[in-house]
Design a protein. Structure first.
Ligand SMILES: Nc1ncnc2c1ncn2[C@@H]1O[C@H](COP(=O)(O)OP(=O)(O)OP(=O)(O)O)[C@@H](O)[C@H]1O
Length: 257
């Protein structure tokens, strides 16, 4: 199958310091790609280039064969939704109003019944309906993170880009939230790029993994081939034991190298 989202030899630098070095990866429609690598490896920077927020010094990003830089911000927002690592509150809003912002690229002057129904559905799906009329400023960090995901899902895009979507969540909500993302990817053929530090969750919920180190791809494929004890030691500087518990990949770091 041909790639739906294609990162083609993308390089990027801040000043003279290279941060991405000829990164290439392709995702077919409905794929979930887990983007992993140590702090500073370039994951968020790659995410920003995919969103068109950072312009590569060379290479390109193609969505369904079209260069994303040729798309207007509005068209991009209809096709790609993004949840950043953290989302500062910029103005007072309830949970419902925040999720409704996800409908902006589709909306006229005011929301239609359809827009309201999408938001209600997403809040229900993420078990946030009881929060609908709470102000965002009064939510916990994890609750806020789930709302930002609901907002991105309410955008109903073909591509979902999530930067550390579970960083503030407890273990139950990590599992629940990634299950919802995986269900939606499957149901609607949504292609997802998910930067994530938790190797067990990354291995469990991704169709394939892209391992970055110092801006370069050092592994790509299924979790077993990408995350060996050797590669984890080389890239993360930690000795790790990798096993399966109830068929779930488990990574136990036991000693720094
Ligand atoms: N605005 C900036 N100006 C200069 N350097 C930057 C800037 N933003 C990021 N960097 C550098 O680029 C490199 C890659 O950063 P990036 O945020 O992409 O890493 P990451 O893999 O997402 O890390 P983390 O896991 O810690 O979130 C780092 O060395 C970082 O210091």
């Amino acid at each position: 199958m041909s790639d739906y989202l294609s990162v083609d030899k993308v390089s990027f630098g801040y000043g003279s310091r290279p941060v991405l070095r000829e990164v290439s990866v392709g995702l077919t429609k409905g794929d979930i790609l887990g983007l992993i690598g140590p702090n500073g490896a370039g994951k968020s920077t790659l995410v920003r280039t995919v969103l068109g927020l950072a312009t590569p010094s060379s290479g390109r990003i193609l969505l369904d064969g079209h260069d994303i830089r040729a798309m207007s911000p509005k068209v991009r927002a209809r096709r790609i939704a993004y949840v950043p690592q953290s989302s500062p509150l910029s103005f007072p809003a309830t949970v419902f109003e925040t999720c409704l912002l996800g409908r902006t690229p589709h909306m006229g002057a005011s929301p239609s019944r359809g827009d309201l129904a999408v938001v209600e559905d997403m809040l229900r799906r993420l078990r946030l309906e009881d929060f609908a009329f709470r102000p965002m400023s009064e939510l916990s960090g994890g609750e806020r993170q789930r709302v930002m995901l609901a907002r991105a899902l309410a955008q109903e895009t073909e591509v979902l880009v999530l930067d550390e979507p579970t960083s503030a969540l407890d273990i139950g909500n990590q599992l629940f939230t990634l299950r919802v993302v995986a269900e939606i990817a499957r149901e609607r053929g949504v292609t997802a790029l998910v930067a994530i530090h938790d190797l067990s969750l990354a291995a469990r919920f991704s169709d394939s993994l892209l391992l970055l180190d110092k801006g370069a791809v050092v592994g790509h494929g299924n979790w077993r081939s990408t995350l060996t004890e050797q590669t984890v030691r080389d890239v993360y500087g930690v000795n790790v034991e990798i096993g399966l518990l109830r068929d779930i990949p488990v990574f136990a770091p036991h000693e720094l190298t």
